[in-house]
Ligand binder design. Sequence first.
Ligand code: RRO
Length: 299
Amino acid sequence: MPSLTVHAGGLTLRNPVMLAAGILGTTGASLRRAALAGAGGVVTKSLGSVPRDGHPGPTIVQVDCGLLNAMGLPNPSYKKFQEEIDIARTGGVPVVASIFGSSAEEFAGIARGLDADAFELNLSCPHAEKYGSELGRYPDLVEAVTGAVKAAANAPVWVKLTPNTADIVELGQAAQRGGADAVVAINTLKAMAIDIETGYPILGNRFGGLSGPAIKPVAVRSVYDLALRLDIPVIGVGGVTSWEDAVEMIMAGACAVQVGTALQKGYGIFEEISLGLARYLERKSMTLEDIRGMAGRHY
Ligand code: RRO
């Protein structure tokens, strides 16, 4: 079987199929389980500087084409999560801490106080006042936050970008100027659902983020544009459900992919995607490097 090892944004991954932020990342045990099930790396639920309950329920609704969530950044604070990261690390793969704040200083403070294998800056949650895309849609703020965390952190810094913008490449370029080791594209698309019997929005927060198969073409296009224009690696996330999706994302230019909503199928998804990817490469007599960015070389 061809090697699936990748060097992505300052980390070495035994395979390019990672657990995405926000899914099963709330305990060390579930992160470890994803690692033992075959994930090449795992990302925690986003961590802030103080404990947070999140939005009122309902916080998740299944729609025809994917999943709509407005969790609202619930987390016990980064200080209380260090022991979970230490447990997650016993799974034997890199543990990436997703972090959020409302200013460059708050982000930097968390990165300084947390021991993780890399940081993924959440500059893209689509539905939290003062956080996420409320900062992350401004290139100057993306650059400032990235620069502050790079100066504070002793681990690689990845920046997760929002698709809820006119030009995601501008945001990627800002992250690159700030010194990011990689960008991660994309977070969820701002969306909503309405109960037609009552006329009420279904989510407690009214608006939420759409994930799953519906957003995969948006993610593929975003990864493609970013990979063509940036010098730093791009990690692809958004609707990856099968090994074919992973191949498509890598052909768009991704070094690695993250799987979130498809975890509804169970932990077996990691091995299923890795195995499918390896068999595909073997059948085509190609390596991961051969197919990475292939779609961009045809024009
Ligand atoms: O917690 C959430 O509601 C959430 C976050 Br932090 C995010 O980045 N993306 C998302 O869809 N939901």
